[in-house]
Ligand binder design. Structure first.
Ligand SMILES: [Fe+2]
Length: 301
């Protein structure tokens, strides 16, 4: 069935809730002798399982890597994945906009599929599939979407078309734009925007992307925001954390941006990593995409 005639649109797409499975640790048998014998074995097996697979068991997760807005920038994505190798990550999450703007959309999608256990859709992902009208996109974005669509396989397009608009892990919400109306792809840029999303939250944290600017909104007597790189979660105060953009930062810092959420220390840290921006500028030009899409990467805007 052609994507354009799919029997649903982005507004009607199902939301999804993921309940993570119990870990081997939380399934401890209630017999002290077996516990004594198994402790040493578990201590050996668990680190091995984490190190040996990009999809370790989801239960007992302590550290999430949260990536958003890759936008077809494979060099930036690989620099992030490499930087995360030694950060004891248990699960990778993607907040959408895997494609659009950049020269390697299919390669980025396949890398995200390989690593991530939860992925939500971004407006550029749905635009590439023809599920969002691109008339509202600016000229550059529109041109890039048409180019991107021509480079993705039917399988890639079907995969993107079926991503959920929002997702839920044990202790956080995941959405590209807002939790209030995920299908509209609005931005969380003001206290009022944050209030609307917080009104839909029943977990202490909601991770978002979309604006390409890392910032955290926190609920207190009023809603405040912070651009500090580390946020200590206060369970009784809701927070919305924008994790920035891997492939097209817009905060005047050209380095790839991502977040690590540690559910043990209850902290979220924004990280930056360098990559070969000039190589991507060349790839953009050679792909026949508008040259300004490469040049903006140099300035992080
Ligand atoms: Fe984006």
């Amino acid at each position: 069935m052609p994507l354009e005639s799919a029997p649903w649109n982005s507004r009607g797409r199902a939301k999804r809730t993921v309940f993570l499975s119990k870990s081997p640790i939380s399934a401890k048998p209630n017999i002290s002798f077996i516990l004594y014998i198994s402790t040493g074995l578990l201590a050996f097996l668990i680190p091995c399982s984490i190190l040996s697979s990009p999809h370790p068991p989801l239960g007992g997760i302590l550290r999430y890597a949260i990536l958003s807005d890759i936008h077809g920038n494979l060099d930036a994505l690989r620099s992030v994945l490499q930087a995360l190798e030694n950060q004891a990550i248990n699960s990778y999450i993607c907040l959408g906009d895997i494609v659009g703007y950049g020269p390697q959309p299919s390669e980025c999608l396949h890398e995200i599929q390989k690593y991530c256990s939860a992925i939500v859709s971004g407006n550029h992902d749905l635009a590439a599939c023809g599920l969002i009208n691109i008339n509202s996109f600016n000229t550059l974005a529109k041109e890039a979407i048409l180019w991107t669509r021509s480079k993705l396989t039917e399988t890639d397009l079907q995969y993107l078309a079926n991503l959920p608009l929002e997702d839920r892990a044990e202790s956080c919400h995941l959405v590209h734009g807002t939790l209030y109306a995920p299908e509209l792809f609005d931005y969380v840029q003001s206290s009022y925007d944050a209030h609307l999303t917080m009104s839909k939250m029943d977990a202490p944290v909601c991770f978002v992307g979309h604006s390409h600017v890392p910032v955290t909104f926190v609920q207190g007597d009023s809603i405040s925001y912070s651009v500090q790189s580390t946020y200590e979660i206060e369970p009784k105060k809701k927070a919305i954390v924008n994790v920035g953009s891997v492939g097209q930062p817009r905060d005047k810092d050209p380095r790839a941006c991502y977040a690590v959420y540690d559910t043990d220390s209850l902290s979220v840290t924004i990280h930056r990593t360098t990559y070969d921006v000039e190589a991507v500028v060349t790839k953009v030009r050679e792909a026949g995409l508008p040259g300004s899409l490469g040049e903006r990467l140099r300035m992080g805007r």
